[in-house]
Design a protein around this ligand. Structure first.
Ligand code: GAF
Length: 379
């Protein structure tokens, strides 16, 4: 990827910039809890976005996407937003830095990535974090702290991309640490690194290759349901809700809102249970919670789809310890915790059965927990 980017940058801009990278993320447990002030338990993965960037001394940004073979040029004022949706991520990051009093001037950039798009692995957060970190380094002497870099990515989604997301993806992409998961309290923003080397198990993602598009999707509607219930309960977020509180207002809210809130209340407790179980090496509990999350996401939160439910069924049949839909939903991947000795059979069976039903195999990505956004070591 590095060579490809260097070559394209040299050809297009006739000079050499600095390389930055930022990863996508997976999440062991804690889905749709971030915007409810709950806990999440993600890690950065080895799939990343890489950009070569050089200030150009003008007030224009000129950027080329190798993967999309598309070029955008835009100014840095609010009215200069580019048309292309991919370029809006970069424009949004620039604007959010400027809004916070930071500095951004014109620059040239070429980027590429290997985070699969629309697979629930946060390719967009990787892109935002890559540029936020780079522009912090190039123009701000790294004076913007890492939490703010994550918030810059999140605000970009809210204000320029139409996705009212939580903080998990950008947080994981910025703070990721090799071989560690991070338990983040999305209310206080306190977090802890947990070493992650599941003994006797492998963690693998199966990509259904069903595309999800969070913008304009039911994702924002899920968030609205949660906010309505919190408001009805007189609390800031569902973090402070219990099932007793929810049951007490059951007849005052829609059935749909009830089940959305029920999932979130149950899920936030599962994150803590999984962290404890992981520390104790109790993978059966980790796995049981993952299956419970899948059921909740499928039946109560209704963000699964037929293909992901089928992958989950195959996992059960193959004796996989834990399996669930991962990320925002509406397509993408399942994350699977599999005993070493069952791994080969699971992958073979999942490929075969899925292909028989849907005409193509799921893609297989072993989870390799990696570092977060950074300047590329090997310039
Ligand atoms: C998407 C969002 F971007 C995250 O903030 C989070 O809500 C996730 O869906 C679901 O847990 O990835």
């Amino acid at each position: 990827m590095k060579e490809k980017i260097n070559k394209a940058f040299a050809e297009r801009f006739n000079s050499k910039g600095t390389l930055y990278v930022a990863p996508g993320r997976f999440n062991l447990i804690g889905e749709h809890t971030d915007y409810n002030g709950g806990f999440v338990f993600p890690g950065a993965i080895d799939k990343l976005m890489m950009a070569e960037i050089l200030p150009n001394g003008t007030d224009k940004v000129r950027v080329y996407s190798i993967d999309l073979n598309d070029y955008a040029e835009f100014g840095l004022n609010e009215a200069d937003a580019p048309e292309q949706s991919w370029a809006r991520y970069i424009f949004g990051v620039c604007r959010e830095i400027l809004k916070r009093g930071g500095k951004v001037e014109g620059f040239d950039a070429v980027f590429a990535g290997n985070v699969p798009l629309g697979a629930g692995l946060s390719s967009s957060a990787a892109l935002e974090s890559c540029f936020a970190n780079a522009l912090n380094d190039l123009f701000n002497n790294n004076s913007i702290d890492k939490f703010e870099l994550a918030r810059i990515g999140q605000s970009t989604e809210h204000n320029y991309c139409g996705v009212n997301c939580g903080i998990m993806d950008q947080f994981a992409s910025v703070f990721g640490k090799k071989d560690h998961l991070m338990r983040l309290d999305c209310r206080s923003m306190e977090f802890e690194y947990f070493p992650f080397k599941p003994v006797g198990h492998k963690l693998v993602l199966l990509d259904s290759v069903v595309k999800h598009e969070l913008a304009d999707s039911p994702y924002n509607k899920r968030r609205q349901s949660c906010e309505r219930v919190a408001k009805r309960l007189g609390i800031e977020t569902l973090r402070d809700a219990t099932m007793e509180m929810l049951d007490a207002i059951k007849t005052d809210i829609t059935a749909e809102d009830y089940f959305r809130a029920k999932f979130v209340i149950e899920e936030k407790d599962r994150v803590l249970a999984v962290c404890d179980a992981l520390v104790a090496g109790d993978y059966d509990t980790v796995g049981r919670c993952m299956y419970e999350t899948h059921k909740g996401l499928s039946k109560d939160y209704e963000v699964s789809c037929e293909e992901l439910d089928y992958l989950n069924d195959i996992a059960k049949e193959c004796g996989v310890t834990g399996s669930r839909i991962m990320g925002g939903g509406f397509g993408g991947c399942t994350v699977n915790l599999v005993k070493d000795e069952l791994y080969d059979n699971f992958i073979t069976t999942a490929k075969k059965k899925f292909k028989e039903r849907y005409g193509h195999e799921p893609k297989v990505y072993p989870v390799i927990v990696s570092d977060g956004a950074r300047k590329f070591e090997n310039q």
